[in-house]
Design a protein around this ligand. Structure first.
Ligand code: ATP
Ligand code: MG
Ligand code: MG
Ligand code: MG
Length: 479
């Protein structure tokens, strides 16, 4: 089944169940001080759950563009290294605002997966909330009893608060959730393990695809829970992961959501995907990041030096660096992927088509300017290496490369190591800290052409670009 059909089948299914189908909300948020980008299907409906606004229908379904690169949900480090976390992804969702509840939500999820998409029920697992003694929340027996009408009890697992209880914040609507996981291991692989080992939710090929949240409580300021007068359903299913399951492949990148982009990268770079792990990681990173950047520009968030714009710039530069280092791309090329992306996604997301020119131009310009930086930095670094009489370069020099020439530390690190050199990290960190302190004092308020929120998040987002240098070759999942 093609990805377009998978998406439309989802929407059609819920339309038939009397849901209003709405387009994705913009991913870029201009007026929510708590969030830079939409990171879940639920975010655009927050006000309905809080009772501050009325939905146009009490049943809604959609496919929401989500970006998980900052704050509570930051998956950036996984992207490229595992095969099912993306920066930008689509979250398919159905909602009930005070209308249907657990019974229907579970019945429909099951019907859609096993009857419409025809997923073999023997590869499915579900989880229910086990309860929490500390705050007195009980085991979700209601969900458990509903699930057991559909699935063998040894496939219903009990999960803790971290995975199976959803809260909007310290206060407000919250409730238990049930996740649906799919075991995509081959029969041979499963034959190698048995009994308890078979049920291994941490195995990289046992993948969470859908989360059904049952909002039934309100957490009060003193931490206690009361029942909500109107209960709500909030579900989110990873579209690319669903495509992986339905297209019978082992990686999101092997679905038709990504393969056209990957083929294009192979052609441009004259490299094959699937032969060398470092190159594969680079290809996955680039095919992921071009989507995040293109969608973000289409939504009006251009790369810049502050806030959300900075996040986008960092993502694009990360992709450029992977191309530069592992695919030998010394000229702009990422902008050339926009065409295949639009061919693939332009129907479902017309904003991409409408903004094509802008997207291509902005990416191309960013690439050209960052590649100039990289070139210049390489020359300087080469000079430093040639003239150094020790194997340890001073941290100050590395800092100067970054600060004055914009040459990223992790790339310096990589190149130095390739040449048998190291540098003084402490010295570098000290310089960086001093600079950050100066920055804090100098500008309490930065401004930009686009609305920027959460200035403080800048540092947080960056995370470990450093892992780029130590390409981890195994797939792993976050626990
Ligand atoms: P995971 O445990 O795999 O990180 P999650 O529990 O953080 O997922 P939820 O917040 O429950 O994810 O989001 C609902 C669904 O969205 C998940 O079941 C998954 O299918 C999908 N999803 C979450 N994060 C990503 C991502 N970074 N890339 C692609 N799909 C994702
Ligand atoms: Mg996650
Ligand atoms: Mg999870
Ligand atoms: Mg989840």
């Amino acid at each position: 089944m093609k990805s377009q059909d998978i998406r439309s089948k989802f929407l059609k299914f819920f339309e038939d169940k009397k849901h209003a189908i709405v387009p994705s909300a913009p991913m870029v948020l201009k007026d929510d001080p708590t969030l830079m980008f939409v990171n879940s299907g639920m975010a655009p409906f927050k006000e309905y759950f809080l009772g501050n606004a009325e939905p146009k229908s009490n049943r809604i379904a959609d496919s929401q563009k989500c970006l998980r690169v900052s704050g509570k949900h930051n998956d950036l480090e996984e992207v490229g290294y595992d095969t099912y976390h993306h920066t930008l992804f689509e979250m398919l969702g159905n909602w009930s605002f005070g209308d249907y509840f657990k019974k229907e939500a579970i019945a429909w999820a099951w019907e859609l997966l096993t009857e419409v998409y025809k997923i073999d029920k023997d590869i499915l697992y579900v989880t229910v909330f086990e309860g929490d003694e500390e705050d007195g929340t009980p085991l979700d027996t209601e969900a458990y009893d509903i699930w057991k009408q559909y699935i063998a009890e040894d496939r219903i697992l009990k999960g803790n608060k971290k995975d199976n209880f959803w809260e909007m914040g310290d206060q407000g609507p919250c409730g238990p959730c049930s996740e649906i996981h799919v075991d995509i291991r081959s029969a041979e692989e499963k034959a190698k393990v048995s009994g308890k080992e078979l049920v291994n939710m941490d195995h990289p090929q046992v993948v969470e695809i859908w989360n059904l949240v049952f909002m039934q409580y309100n957490r009060k300021a003193n931490g206690s829970l009361e029942n909500l007068p109107n209960k709500h359903i909030d579900t989110g299913m990873g579209f690319e992961r669903l495509c992986m399951v339905l297209q019978n492949v082992q990686s999101n990148y092997d679905t038709d959501v990504f393969t056209p982009i990957i083929r294009e990268i192979e052609t441009i770079a004259d490299k094959d995907y699937g032969k060398n792990e470092k190159i594969d990681v680079a290809i996955r990173v680039i095919s992921d990041h071009v989507r995040a950047v293109a969608f973000s520009i289409a939504d009006g968030q251009l790369p810049s030096n502050t806030g959300a714009g900075y996040v986008i710039r960092r993502i694009l530069r990360r992709a450029i660096r992977y191309g530069f280092t592992f695919l030998d791309q010394k000229e702009p090329f990422i902008y050339r992927l926009v065409d295949v992306l639009i061919k693939k996604m332009g129907e479902a997301f017309p904003e991409l088509k409408e903004q094509r020119q802008l997207i291509e131009n902005v990416i191309k310009e960013e690439e050209a300017s960052f590649l100039r930086t990289l070139d210049q930095g390489l020359l300087l670094l080469d000079r430093i290496i040639t003239h150094s009489n020790t194997k340890e370069i001073s941290g100050n020099k590395v800092f100067e490369l970054k600060d004055t020439y914009g040459f990223p530390e992790d790339l310096t690190d990589l190149i130095l190591r390739e040449n048998g050199f190291t540098y003084n990290h402490e010295e570098f960190d000290k310089k960086l800290k001093e600079q950050q302190e100066r920055g804090k004092q100098a500008s309490q308020l930065k401004s930009d052409d686009w609305t920027i929120v959460l200035e403080d998040d800048e540092q947080e987002f960056i995370g470990y670009d450093v892992t780029e240098a130590n390409v981890k070759l195994t797939k792993y999942r976050k626990v």
